[in-house]
Design a protein around this ligand. Structure first.
Ligand SMILES: [Zn+2]
Length: 130
């Protein structure tokens, strides 16, 4: 025969066991997402309400993505040298045109920039020469 006390104890025991199972299920439900930077598979907890907003697997990947967005660090040394060479050529051309008597405004129009910018480049270049 099962007494009231025994039945009650048994019920509490089973309910507690079930609560542990529920807790386990909540904490161990995972889904997967691909990192927006390194394409690694991320394992995210369903129960973590912030996980859904995560786009990157770690801080380094987030930083890399920011850099890529600003297009920094993506050019090769060769490409950077080429760009610098081009800028230097333009600077030399500005000096040459100015010495030929062109106004800063006209030089600016030629290089699709402002008179102020040309003047700035010119004064910086001629200052370095002397
Ligand atoms: Zn990553």
């Amino acid at each position: 025969m099962k007494t009231y006390e025994q039945a009650k104890e048994e019920m509490i025991f089973q309910v507690n066991n079930l609560q542990d199972v529920i807790k386990f299920l909540r904490e161990n439900a995972y889904y997967e997402k691909i990192c927006g930077s390194c394409s690694t598979k991320m394992r995210l907890r369903v129960n973590d309400f912030r996980a859904n907003e995560r786009k990157f697997c770690n801080d380094a990947c987030r930083a890399t993505n920011q850099r890529d967005k600003k297009r920094l660090g993506t050019y090769s040394r060769q490409e950077l040298n080429k760009r610098k060479q081009k800028r230097d050529e333009i600077k030399k051309e500005i000096i040459k045109l100015r010495n030929e008597g062109l106004t800063f405004a006209k030089i600016g129009t030629k290089f699709n920039t402002s008179r102020q910018r040309v003047e700035q480049i010119y004064s910086k270049m001629t200052k370095n020469d002397s």
